[in-house]
Design a protein around this ligand. Sequence first.
Ligand code: IPE
Ligand code: IPE
Ligand code: MG
Ligand code: MG
Ligand code: MG
Length: 338
Amino acid sequence: MQDSVTFDAKTAMEAYRTAFEQGCSEFLKRYPETELYAPVRYLMALGGKRLRPVLVMAACEASGGRPEEALPAALAVELFHNFTLMHDDIMDDAPLRRGMPTVHEKWNDNTAVLSGDALHVMACEALLDAPDKALPDLLRTFHRTALEVCEGQEQDMAFESRRDVTIEEYMEMIRLKTSVLLAAALDMGGKSGGADDQTREALYEFGLHVGLAFQLQDDYLDAFGNPENFGKQVGGDILADKKTFLLIRAMEKAHGADFDGLCRELGQRSEGKVERVLALYRHLGVDAELRDAMAGQVALAEGALARLKSHNPNALKGSDSALALLHGVAAMVTARLS
Ligand code: IPE
Ligand code: IPE
Ligand code: MG
Ligand code: MG
Ligand code: MG
């Protein structure tokens, strides 16, 4: 059963991606082939999973709308996401993105700042093509979400130099920097497809939990992922002392020599740091704890959709493939199948 759900979800995902790519290349033609837009075209062409626009389109169709009605919102969230990546890679001093040099490495920091700013404005312009009736609501959600992502990114950076960050603080930070955008993607897709408020709220809550699972998995892969296919520098979070679930729980669980060893690693980047910290994570069992936390979020996500269905059996009666995608996406995200 699980396999067939995942299979249907993957097929639906491919179809949405194809529609999105088409709309995206049309949209980018509006902008001149000048230096300002070269990094935008570079990053957008590197692709990525396109998870957020797929969620917009699936939520729209699941709500009874047509996929093309969701395109302005899908473009807005994916362009905004790519803008955050361009700036995030400067902030995280990251050399690689989607298996290629980051924009600030290929060009320089100033270029990445300015082209990132342009990308943010392009995201806003894309959304202006949404139907007039839905637009004020979509803009409100979109801008509120953009500010929340900034708030999350501020916390992420501030936590680097703190040693007392709690799991509760971490969960709030990843809700802001990552989850709210997935949640907004679903909510905006629902709005584009004419979903009622109760359905949109359930889609938003579903997206928050999928997003928390997604960022937990991102933290896991940053530590334990395969450098051959991760597309980013493995161990980057450890080098930067990012307060991930893994590091916070390791600091809480470690005693004696383990605790002293972990503390010695913080604030420096000596040879072998990543390997030593990874060995401690495994020894302390925080990798298994992360997997449990992720499974908990997947269950909460599924619960949000199930509750909606029990309160309102007529909600989300759109296309079967859109529904298959919503039901399969949490499993896909945690397996990072794409
Ligand atoms: C990366 O997002 C940033 C996070 C929130 C973890 P994705 O993993 O969705 O990146 P792409 O778009 O697929 O490259
Ligand atoms: C990024 O979190 C969240 C945003 C870009 C807003 P990360 O810093 O963990 O994302 P990656 O790992 O660089 O993709
Ligand atoms: Mg970051
Ligand atoms: Mg980063
Ligand atoms: Mg990461």
